[in-house]
Design a protein around this ligand. Structure first.
Ligand SMILES: Cc1cc2nc3c(=O)[nH]c(=O)nc-3n(C[C@H](O)[C@H](O)[C@H](O)COP(=O)(O)O)c2cc1C
Length: 324
C-alpha cells in the first residue's frame, strides 16, 4: 500500500476539508498560514471538465484556478469528481504532474445531478464503478511515473449507514479514507454520527488505511477529547470559513483585531491570486470573520457590500478605531 506523505503525518491528523466554491487558493493560503493544518484538500475538480479543457488546450479556463496553490500549502491533495473511469485516468495524469502530494476521489458529494449520473455520492451505490474509478486513478499516477497515494472521501452510506460499503472500501486497500458522518440522503441535516464513524473506522482500519472522521467539529481539542478514540484524524470544513484558527491543535482563539486584520489580508490575497474574479466570492468569507463579538452584526452589513480590499481596509480600521 502506497501511503506516501500520509505516513509522515503525526496522529491526530488535522486537515482542511474540501469545499467547492470555498477552499479556493486564497482561502487555503490563509488557512495554512494561521491554522497550520497537517493536510489541505483542493475544492473538487471535474474529471470530465479537466480532460476536455486539456484536450482543447484551454490554458485560461477557470478550472485551472481551482488547482492553483502556493508552495506554503504542502502537503496538498487534489480532489477529483466524476463517474467515468477514462476521465479519471486522464484527469489524474494531468493533476499528478502539477505537484500535489496526493489525489483524492470524491465519493460523497450529494449534489443530486452528480449523484444521479453516478459520481460523488452516487459511487456508493455502485461498488463496481467505484472500484474501476480507483483503479483508473491509480493507473494514471503510475503512467506518469509517480507514486502518489490515491485516497477516498465519502459518507457513511447512501440511505443508511452501510457496512457493505465500508467493507468494499477496506478491500480497496486505500492509504486513507475520510468519512463524513452523514448519509447521502441526509445531505447536511441532522448531526454527524461519530458513533457510526467509529464503527466504520474499525472495519476500514483493518485494511491498513488511516481513517479521518468528518462532520460538525468545532475545535481540534473537542475532536481529541470526544471523538478521536480509534480514529486517526479529522477534517474540518464549515467551521474553518472565516476562522482558520479552528484548525490549530492548541485551541487558540484570536482577538477581534487579529480576526479583522486577517480578514483584510485574505481579501488582499484574493485580489492578488485570483485577479479578475468577482469580489462577491470574497464577501462570504468576510462576513464569517465578523462573528462572535460586539458590533459584528453591523460590521457584517458593511462588509457584505464591499467590492475591493481597499474598501475592506477602510471599514476594518474605522471599526477598530471606534472600538479601541
Ligand atoms: C459549500 C460546501 C462545499 C463542499 N464541497 C465539497 C467538495 O468539493 N468535496 C468534498 O469532498 N466535500 C465537500 N463538502 C463537504 C465538506 O468537505 C464536509 O465533508 C462537510 O461540510 C462536513 O464537514 P463540516 O461539518 O466540518 O463542514 C462541501 C461542503 C460545503 C458546505
Amino acid at each position: 500500500m502506497n501511503k506516501g506523505f500520509w505516513e509522515k503525518l503525526q496522529i491526530p491528523i488535522v486537515g482542511l476539508s474540501p469545499m467547492d466554491g470555498v477552499t479556493d487558493a486564497p482561502m487555503r493560503f490563509i488557512a495554512k498560514k494561521y491554522g497550520q493544518p497537517d493536510v489541505i484538500y483542493t475544492e473538487f475538480v471535474s474529471t470530465d471538465g479537466l480532460w476536455r479543457i486539456e484536450k482543447r488546450g484551454e490554458k485560461t479556463h477557470k478550472i485551472w484556478n481551482e488547482l492553483k496553490f502556493d508552495e506554503s500549502e504542502h502537503p496538498i491533495v487534489a480532489q477529483l469528481f466524476g463517474s467515468d473511469p477514462d476521465s479519471f485516468y486522464e484527469a489524474t495524469k494531468i493533476v499528478a504532474k502539477m505537484g500535489f502530494e496526493g489525489i483524492d476521489i470524491n465519493m460523497g458529494c450529494p449534489s443530486p445531478g452528480l449523484e444521479k449520473r453516478g459520481g460523488g455520492a452516487g459511487l456508493m451505490r455502485d461498488k463496481g464503478l467505484a472500484h474501476r474509478v480507483i483503479e483508473a486513478a491509480r493507473k494514471g499516477v503510475e503512467d506518469v511515473g509517480l507514486q502518489l497515494p490515491v485516497s477516498v472521501k465519502t459518507r457513511i452510506g447512501s440511505s443508511r449507514p452501510d457496512k457493505e460499503w465500508w467493507k468494499a472500501l477496506a478491500d480497496e486497500e486505500l492509504p486513507v479514507v475520510a468519512m463524513h458522518g452523514r448519509t447521502f440522503k441526509q445531505l447536511y441535516s441532522g448531526e454527524a454520527n461519530w458513533e457510526v464513524l467509529r464503527e466504520a473506522a474499525e472495519i476500514i482500519k483493518e485494511s491498513g488505511a488511516l481513517f479521518l472522521g468528518n462532520g460538525d467539529i468545532t475545535s481540534v481539542p473537542e475532536f481529541i477529547e470526544n471523538y478521536s478514540a480509534g480514529i486517526d484524524g479529522v477534517l474540518i470544513g464549515r467551521k474553518a470559513i472565516g476562522n482558520p484558527w479552528v484548525l490549530r491543535k492548541d485551541g487558540y482563539e484570536p482577538s477581534v483585531e487579529e480576526k479583522l486584520k486577517v480578514a483584510l489580508e485574505h481579501a488582499r490575497v484574493f485580489e492578488m491570486s485570483l485577479p479578475g474574479n468577482k469580489f462577491e466570492i470574497m464577501r462570504k468569507h468576510l462576513t464569517w470573520y465578523a462573528h462572535g463579538f460586539d458590533g459584528a452584526g453591523g460590521l457584517r452589513r458593511q462588509l457584505v457590500q464591499t467590492n475591493s480590499a481597499d474598501e475592506v481596509e477602510k471599514i476594518v480600521y474605522d471599526f477598530l478605531d471606534e472600538n479601541k
